[in-house]
Design a protein around this ligand. Structure first.
Ligand code: NAI
Ligand code: 13P
Length: 345
């Protein structure tokens, strides 16, 4: 059994630590707050983030060096905005043969980089340069209850992804592998924007028809942008694509859906984010995707609409009207162009 460091003691870091501890691994759950580490070790709970009793195999720590040194695997689960800062601090302590996995779902505004690209830049001494992503439809609350969950792990070298698959796989946590790291990271990050939109739609009082439309047309936007950046279009039909889109757009567990729901009811963004107390990745990723769409010359009307709502203070109901009255078009236009690109035409 392996020593594994999990970096970030929020909901998802804690839930993934439970999976690893259930598999018999020696888990160091690192937090940047010493008082949180003390509380976890004394109570075997992480009450602010997850309603679950933690297995004995999880030891919390605020000592990054002690957590990372000697670990066969290091799992980054801090929010996207903290990735660079934490990676810089981790770099001197990483073991030569360790695998680096991340389970963070975001794109960095301004640089428009994926999390594995940010990690590769900051982990200067890391020889493999083969970061692994873990993504899929997986709310922490259900994983902590050992409810059936499926995810996908991916890295450029499939052997690395297989090491991660073996680390996490158990009877309630089924792990697939894939070699499309670009598609998997983009699917996980971009679905958060659509989930904000689904929350807005529900908050405005619209029904299931509207939500199904958002999920389906949102998937078309994600696939269009993703394919233009080199992803395999089929990835978006898998767990980290449509799977994660469904779970995040339809579950009350989703922070992005909940934030959107409050926005749809008329609350202001700053108040919503303060009230959430947990990371709502879709907000910063909207900034990044909005810029990426322009750079790649890709049409993303839902992303544009969420950008207008979040950053241009536009009215939610007006934006829905604007989406509904766009120029008439053929439904499968986008998919036809994706397929043409995939076939090199
Ligand atoms: N919660 C979930 O069910 C899932 C979350 N994710 C992704 O996992 C990532 C983390 O999400 P959650 O755990 O839900 O967030 P969270 O808000 O529950 O926890 C974030 C944790 O990161 C810590 N943190 C923030 N800034 C930090 C810094 N500069 N240095 C060190 N630690 C810092 C916070 O103290 C907190 O413990 C996000 O990218 C999210 O999209 C992915 C799948 C499921
Ligand atoms: O990514 C998730 C589930 O797969 C969690 O989504 P939220 O960050 O919206 O809670």
């Amino acid at each position: 059994m392996a020593k594994v460091a999990v970096l970030g003691a929020g909901s998802w870091g804690t839930a993934l630590s439970i999976v690893l501890a259930d598999n018999g691994h020696d888990v160091r759950l690192w937090t940047h707050r010493a008082e949180q580490a003390e509380e976890i070790n004394e109570t075997h709970r992480n009450n602010k983030y997850l309603d679950a009793d933690l297995p004995e195999g999880i030891k919390a720590s605020s000592d990054l060096e002690a957590s990372v040194k000697g670990s066969e695997a290091v799992v980054f689960v801090v929010p996207t905005k903290a990735i660079r800062e934490v990676a810089k601090k981790v770099d001197p302590f990483l073991e030569k043969e360790a695998i680096v996995i991340h389970a963070t779902k975001g794109i960095e505004p301004k640089t428009m980089k994926r999390v594995s690209e940010m990690l590769n830049e900051e982990l200067e001494n890391y020889e493999y340069k083969e970061i692994i992503v873990l993504s899929g439809p997986s709310h922490a609350e259900e994983v902590a209850q050992r409810q059936p969950t499926t995810v996908t792990v991916s890295s450029l070298q499939i052997e690395h992804a297989v090491r991660a698959q073996n680390l996490f796989f158990n009877e309630s946590f089924r792990v697939y592998t894939s070699n499309d790291i670009v598609g998997i990271e983009l699917g996980g990050a971009l679905k958060n924007i659509i989930a904000l939109g689904a929350g807005v739609s529900d908050g405005l009082g619209y029904g299931d028809n509207a939500k199904a439309a958002l999920i389906t047309r949102g998937l078309a936007e994600i696939a269009r942008l993703g394919t233009s950046l080199g992803a395999n279009p089929l990835t978006f039909l898998g767990l980290p694509g449509v799977g994660d889109l469904i779970v995040t757009c339809t579950s009350v567990h989703s922070r992005n859906w909940r934030a959107g729901n409050l926005l749809g009811k008329g609350d202001k963004l700053e108040a919503v984010l303060e009230q959430m107390g947990m990371v709502v990745e879709g907000v910063r990723t909207t900034e990044a995707a909005y810029e990426l769409a322009r750079r790649q010359n890709i049409e993303m009307p839902i992303v544009d609409a969420i950008h207008q709502l979040l950053f241009e203070k536009r009215d939610a109901a007006e934006i829905v009207q604007q989406l509904m009255t766009r120029t008439k078009r053929e439904e499968m236009d986008d998919f036809a162009s994706i397929l043409r690109k995939d076939q090199g035409k």
